[in-house]
Design a protein around this ligand. Sequence first.
Ligand SMILES: [Zn+2]
Length: 461
Amino acid sequence: MGNAIMPKNDTAARRGRKARLTGRLLAATAGAIGLFAALPALAETLVVKNFTLIDGRGGAAEPNSAMVVEDGRIVWVGPSAQAPAAADAVDLTGKYVIPGLIDTHIHMGNVHDLTQDERFYTTENVEADLKTYASYGFTTVAVMGTDKDSVFAVRNAERAGRPTMTRLFTAGQGIVFRGGYGGVPGINRPVTNAKEAAIEVDSQAAKGADYIKFWLDDELGTMPKMPPEISKAVIDAAHRNGLKVFAHIFYLEDAKRLAAQGVDGFVHSVRDQPIDKALTDAMKEKGIVQVAATLSREAAMFAYGKPAPQLGDPFFQQSLSPEALRLLASPERQKTVASSPAYPKLPSFFETAMGNLKRESAAGVHYGLGTDSGPPGRVAGYSGHWEMELMVKDGFTPGQAIQAATEYGAEVLGAKDLGTLERAKWADFVVLDANPLQDIKNTRKINSVYIAGRKVRSVAQ
Ligand SMILES: [Zn+2]
């Protein structure tokens, strides 16, 4: 609170005057009904009213709701009839409001069209990606280990004030075993032994990583896998630095060993076989979370081996450059994708991931919603809506899919002032033209997106 407006030009000055007037109006009304006694007269205030509220906590939708936002944070939510009279309240009659969505597994900044290369990682490209996520209603993302050090300046600037782009959590550079799977060449510094791994973790912690990420996979037997003594060193070093540590895994046996070693979460589903009670029991007992199930990632791995239906969908197209779209639609590229040796197995990995998320949810394991979007063909922003659709196909209700992408995502990231629309939280929210509880695809009917109480560019504009 207390971000006084500093008028920079006429528009800002007008906005400032308006905000002060609104503040006084609210304060006067507050005096009358005794609710807003603490409202500072200089606050920038936003009042939205007459919408149906889906607050992210999984309960019933609340028709005729209103919300009062002050300096970017929610100060009041309740029935429109009890909301303070404000001359410039935004009337959202017929609309639905959900919390800003959270994608707990992305990559950013490294891709141009369909080519991934560290030379593309500039602050400009990072910010373009963050704006794309925001435009799709994903107002918070967690990057899983492929950032350059310039990410910390972007993140710190966001946290110091009221961000105008998607909020960012980062692992810095994730830990990769030399010669093994994961990371982006030129960004991640592969490690060969436990000592190097611990030093690399310390280095990420010193730079300000929000959590530690590592890859433990052999890419279907084609690459060496990080040995157990190295994963143990990574986990212990993360904990010594007071950070959580999340692992890329593929195999059930690796998930079990990492659970025993003290890992805090998995950023993909187990995909080689159905998980068992031994794993879900261990996860519950130790509070290990399924950070992301990445169902849409598994689906995207084989979707573009043929003409995918989404290629003609404007909601999909808006996330991609014309060249990326041309390539995804090109028969030559589709042939290349479909001729990879792993291609025939990919649908079964997707099915296994779907089954395993259901098993975890039934067992009471906590999870967020993450897509692993960002690498070529894994489409920023669109993927999160696809992920929610796939959760519903997997047997979750639309309300549960939204809760995974909001309240649970914030819990997974330890983001206490994000994820739900409640008093004192940041006013990050998405206004929808249709009810997402009736049809999860209505999360795509975006009317507008707000971050910290201010409207940002959305796919609707
Ligand atoms: Zn990833």
